[in-house]
Structure formats: structure tokens, C-alpha cells
Ligand binder design. Structure first.
Ligand SMILES: Cc1cc2nc3c(=O)[nH]c(=O)nc-3n(C[C@H](O)[C@H](O)[C@H](O)COP(=O)(O)OP(=O)(O)OC[C@H]3O[C@@H](n4cnc5c(N)ncnc54)[C@H](O)[C@@H]3O)c2cc1C
Length: 588
């Protein structure tokens, strides 16, 4: 009888703690829309170019998958690039760089057609043309969609396309912990292989950060648990400034309790916002646009309705109603099937018969790693793209459906620029800097963090305090006292973070460890948001200061740059680029 096979018991000590990997031409951190679009663009330029896509989750779990409503592009005769640019710039409250916006709008249509050719199932009109729906702040129907599961279909299309390229190498479930900087240039990343429980060096001649947003810095957000601003913190720690971090978008229609988004497409298809008296209250705040105003104005209007006592009260506090009943079952089922599903599953009601309870929640960040239009940062060899970057086309307020288009347009250009940069460099980075970075990270993560005993602070305790603080003092409405208090308390939370203990000592899939690494990143990001907000003493777009209620172009028509420094971030400014649209009062 043959001997029974007995697998060797897994022992973490039998696995080496550190592995130095072969270097690649380009290392892309992030497998969402921006990262995959960049990977495909770079791969297409040369089959010999070796591209690593590193993602802390399986790429199809990237947050792009949750995008619902659509992606903007000028496709019809009734529209124009000029109008798309103007809507975007006006929506940004004139803080967007106008050269970047012109670059952007001109390239959106090509991306829609490109995705179509790669298999994206866009919704269509009866005449066979790609459908377009209305979205907040857009003057005409400009938002292309695939029902209300746009992010899923875009990500699927990009993911499948990326698999055709043998020169794209995936590192799924690798958590990037630091950038390798060698001789003043970025030379790749160190990453924790979550399954293997080891620290890995992934060298690259060019590195692209495509790590998405940072919504989890706030308590009430539409963003999933993975959106912790890692790329922003990685760049910030390497000396790259974060631009316009005070510009945080709050979406008006989130489900109370969970923060799950009810897409703007629900209003684009004709949904009403109502208060407890059944009144379409937007007639008081923005009669020309009503429910299709930009998100900053709609979110503030909701808070004002709540303060005036015209909101509903529920187990999760005050809320307003999103009424779709008049659209009828056929439209809801055809155009908004996910909205119906979410309302049924998470609120236990059918929007065909009842309004959906909604309240504003953190949704997106306009700010991010400061880049130019091809994603270049101030650190040679380092690029950033997608929600983690600030190009800037969104300025002080992003228009819904411009973000996915931004990931596609700038993803392509960033991929091309990184490919060009990599081709100009003869040697792969594999030197002493990489080994040194690996050694440092090995000691920091496996000895420093994992070696911590249970302390008086807990991971959840510090995280929740940070989130509540940001919600309360750095939320929709802000003032000097609250912001100064938040800055002080965030510094104390940073100190307290040093006493957060770790109970789980296993190196494999240690979610407590990734939680600690993410909190470390979020504390940097939160501080950059609060300090940038404290220093902008005006109201512009999503940054609404009750003590400085007006826009102040004389002093603040400029981008904030936050640099990492000892203690508080150092704040500086650079001018906004104006091409042809002179700033005027933002009226709708
Ligand atoms: C609920 C919801 C609905 C939305 N709907 C729309 C919409 O209809 N239209 C629109 O234009 N925009 C929409 N947005 C915004 C838009 O979806 C996002 O801005 C966009 O998808 C971001 O894409 P990204 O590629 O930059 O990042 P993501 O898709 O978030 O991908 C980030 C990637 O980085 C990786 N990563 C992060 N940190 C690390 C690390 N430390 N190590 C390794 N990998 C890491 C992640 O694993 C992931 O692969 C929506 C947002 C939300 C939350």
C-alpha cells in the first residue's frame, strides 16, 4: 500500500521574511481603472517592456467596481468640447487647471470608443447609438453608462484586456509599504506579500501610483474599507507634495447607516429630492438646476434643510427622501436596477412604491498627489494617476462622471509617459538602495509593528476617533476653531498610534497588520486635509468655511501644496492655470 501523503505543517518561520524580485520596467501600484488603463497603454508600446501591476486586493475588487452612474464624454452634435470644459471648470469653482481640462475633454470621446472596442457593453438608445444621461452640473446629457453598473463593466473590460498582454505581470494581494528612492529618483516599491507573509522588493525604472481615494479617513463614506489613501501617503513620505487636499467631496445621496451610494443617475433619470413635507426643497437653493446641481451645493442644501427642521428623523439621525416613484417600474428596472436592489436589500423598501432615505456622505477627494497632465510628480521616475492624483481637472468640486473618464484619459497618458521614461533608462534598479529599503521595511513591519504587544491603544480606537474627528470638524461646513482643534487632535492621535498594540503575530494574511499600516497612512492623509483646510480662509466649491463664506480670488485663486515636515505639514501654494475662462461668480 502506498504511503499516505501528509502535507508539511505550515510554519511561518520556514518562509523567508524577505525576497528581492527581478526588477521591471514599470511598476504600477493599483489594479483599478487608472492602473489597468496605464498598464495596457504601456504594454501596447512595446511587447518587451516588463510591467508589474501590484494590488492589495484582486484587481476586480478594486474600488472602481462600485462606480454606478456613468462616465462623461462629448459624443453628440448637441454637445461640444468647449461646453464640457466650461462645465468642468465652473463646477470646480475655477480651481481646475484649464490646460489640463482642455487636454482631458478632448480625449474622453476616444476612450469611450476604445472601451467599446474592447467589449464594454454601453447602454444604447433604440436607434443603436450609445445612450447618454444627465448628471449634476453638466449642461447637457453627456454621461455614458452601462445601466447603473458602470464601474463593474469598465473594470471587467480593462481587466480582461490587460490579460491579453504577456508583458503585464500581476502581483495580486501584495500590499505596498514604501517607495524605494535611489539617488533622488523612484526605483520601485517594497511590498508585503499578504499570502506569502514576506516582504518583497519590486524594482522599476518608472513607478505609477494608482491607489485610489482616501474616504475611510471619514466616518460616514461611500468608500469601501480599502480606500485608505495609501498612495498619497507613500508619495508624501517621499517628499512629493499633496495638492488641494482640503477639497473633499460629499455626495448628497447615501443610505443612512451604511453610507452605500445611491447614484446621481437616479436624479439624472428624473428623481426628486424631497423633505418631510413632501416638498422638492431644491427650489429654495438652486431653482435653475434643482436636483441636477453640483454635489457641493446639494450636500450643503441638505444640511440646511436638516437644520431648519424639515428632514425626517430615523434610527441613524436625520435624512431626506429621494423619490423615484413617478419614474415608474419600467424605467427603474431598465436604467436603475442596482438602485432598486440596494434600496430593497439595505433599507427594506421598494423605490417603485416609497422614497429612499438619503443623507450626504464623504465620497471622493479632488486633491491628491500633485502631478502634471502626464502624471509626472516632482520625484523623477514617480507618476500618479486616478483618484489618488491631482492633475488638477476637478479643482474645488468634481462633476459626477468625470472621474472614470479621468482614470481612462490620464491612465493612458501616464502609461505612455512612464513607458517612455523607462525606455530611456538602460539599467534596472537593483542596487544597494533596494536592499536597504527592504531591510528597513522588514525591521519596521515584522519586528517593529508585529513585535508590539497589546498596548493601551487599539487599532479600532484610534481609527474611529480620527474618523469622527474628521467628520465633525473637517466635514461639509468648517471653521477656524474646529479646524485648529482637529489639527491639534490629529497630532495627538499620531502620537497615540505609537502605542497601538498587535495581537496577531502571524505573517500570513494578517489583516490586523494591514489595518495598522493603513491607519498609519490615513493619519498622514487626515493631517494634510485638516491643515490645508485650516490655511484656506475662503469658501470655494466643496470647501465651505462658515467664518469665510465668500470665494476670495484675490488671495486664494491658487492650489494648496502640503509637504511632509516635522510636526505639522508645511503648506505652500502654486497658481491655478487659466487659459480662456476668466473666473466669474459661480452661478447656476
Ligand atoms: C460608490 C461609488 C460610486 C462611484 N460612481 C462613479 C461614477 O458613476 N462615475 C464616476 O466618474 N466616478 C464614480 N465614482 C468615483 C470613481 O469610481 C473612482 O474615483 C475611480 O474608480 C477610482 O479609480 P482608481 O483606479 O483611481 O482607484 P481604485 O479603483 O480605487 O483602485 C485602487 C487600486 O489601488 C490598489 N491599492 C491601494 N493601496 C495599495 C497598496 N498599499 N498596495 C497595493 N495596492 C494598493 C487597490 O488594490 C486597487 O487595485 C464612484 C465612487 C464610489 C465610491
Amino acid at each position: 500500500m502506498s504511503e499516505r501523503y501528509v502535507p508539511k505543517a505550515y510554519s511561518p518561520d520556514s518562509v523567508p521574511r524577505v525576497v528581492e524580485r527581478t526588477a521591471h520596467d514599470i511598476v504600477i501600484v493599483g489594479g483599478g481603472a487608472a492602473g489597468l488603463r496605464a498598464a495596457i497603454a504601456a504594454a501596447q508600446t512595446d511587447p518587451d517592456l516588463s510591467i508589474a501591476v501590484v494590488s492589495k486586493v484582486y484587481p476586480m475588487r478594486s474600488h472602481t467596481v462600485s462606480a454606478e452612474g456613468g462616465t462623461a464624454a462629448v459624443l453628440r452634435d448637441y454637445d461640444s468640447l468647449e461646453l464640457h470644459a466650461l462645465d468642468t471648470i465652473k463646477g470646480s469653482d475655477f480651481l481646475a487647471d484649464q490646460d489640463a481640462v482642455e487636454f482631458f475633454v478632448a480625449r474622453c470621446p476616444k476612450e469611450i470608443i476604445q472601451l467599446e472596442h474592447w467589449g464594454c457593453p454601453w447602454s444604447r438608445d433604440p436607434d443603436g447609438r450609445v445612450s447618454q444621461r444627465a448628471f449634476g452640473g453638466m449642461s447637457v446629457k453627456r454621461t455614458v453608462f452601462a445601466a447603473d453598473k458602470v464601474g463593474f463593466h469598465i473594470l471587467h473590460t480593462l481587466f480582461q484586456t490587460s490579460m491579453k498582454f504577456e508583458n503585464i505581470h500581476r502581483f495580486d494581494e501584495y500590499f505596498v509599504t514604501s517607495l524605494i528612492v535611489d539617488g533622488g529618483a523612484c526605483a520601485g516599491v517594497t511590498a508585503l506579500d499578504l499570502r506569502g507573509g514576506r516582504m518583497v522588493g519590486i524594482g522599476g525604472k518608472a513607478t505609477i501610483l494608482a491607489t485610489g481615494g482616501c474616504g475611510r479617513v471619514y466616518e460616514f463614506t461611500t468608500n469601501g474599507f480599502i480606500k485608505t489613501g495609501d498612495g498619497m501617503a507613500l508619495a508624501y513620505r517621499a517628499g512629493v507634495p499633496l495638492k488641494d487636499m482640503e477639497m473633499v467631496q460629499f455626495h448628497p445621496t447615501c443610505l443612512p447607516g451604511t453610507g452605500i451610494l445611491i447614484t446621481e443617475a437616479a436624479r439624472g433619470e428624473g428623481g426628486y429630492l424631497i423633505n418631510k413635507d413632501g416638498e422638492r426643497y431644491m427650489q429654495r437653493y438652486l431653482p435653475s438646476k434643482m436636483e441636477l446641481g453640483p454635489r457641493d451645493i446639494l450636500s450643503r442644501s441638505m444640511i440646511q434643510e436638516m437644520k431648519a427642521g424639515r428632514a425626517f428623523d430615523g434610527p441613524y439621525g436625520q435624512y431626506l427622501g429621494l423619490d423615484l416613484r413617478h419614474l415608474g417600474a419600467a424605467t427603474i428596472d431598465q436604467k436603475l436596477p442596482m438602485v432598486r436592489e440596494l434600496a430593497e436589500k439595505y433599507m427594506g423598501l421598494d423605490p417603485i412604491h416609497e422614497p429612499i432615505p438619503v443623507r450626504p456622505g464623504q465620497h471622493y477627494i479632488m486633491g491628491g498627489v500633485s502631478t502634471n497632465s502626464t502624471g509626472e510628480t516632482t520625484l523623477p521616475g514617480l507618476y500618479a494617476v486616478g483618484e489618488t492624483a491631482c492633475v488638477s481637472i476637478n479643482g474645488a468640486n468634481r462633476l459626477g462622471s468625470n472621474s472614470l473618464s479621468e482614470c481612462l484619459v490620464f491612465g493612458e497618458w501616464c502609461g505612455l509617459a512612464a513607458a517612455q521614461h523607462a525606455k530611456q533608462k538602460a539599467a534596472y534598479p537593483r542596487g544597494a538602495a533596494s536592499r536597504e529599503a527592504l531591510r528597513k521595511e522588514e525591521a519596521r513591519v515584522f519586528d517593529g509593528l508585529m513585535g508590539r504587544e497589546r498596548g493601551k491603544e487599539t487599532l479600532a480606537g484610534v481609527r474611529v476617533e480620527m474618523q469622527q474627528l474628521m467628520e465633525r470638524d473637517v466635514g461639509i461646513f468648517r471653521d477656524e476653531a474646529g479646524l485648529a482643534d482637529a489639527c491639534g487632535k490629529l497630532a495627538k492621535l499620531r502620537d497615540r498610534f505609537g502605542s497601538v498594540g498587535m495581537a496577531d503575530k502571524d505573517r500570513v494574511f494578517n489583516t490586523e497588520m494591514t489595518g495598522v499600516l493603513e491607519l498609519d497612512f490615513m493619519l498622514d492623509v487626515a493631517a494634510s486635509i485638516a491643515h490645508s483646510a485650516l490655511n484656506r480662509r475662503e469658501s470655494r466649491g466643496a470647501h465651505s468655511r462658515t467664518d469665510f463664506p465668500n470665494r476670495d480670488d484675490a488671495n486664494y485663486l491658487k492650489h494648496t501644496l502640503a509637504y511632509r515636515a516635522d510636526g505639522a505639514p508645511r503648506i505652500d501654494y502654486v497658481p491655478v492655470k487659466i487659459t480662456k475662462w476668466q473666473p466669474v461668480e459661480r452661478k447656476y
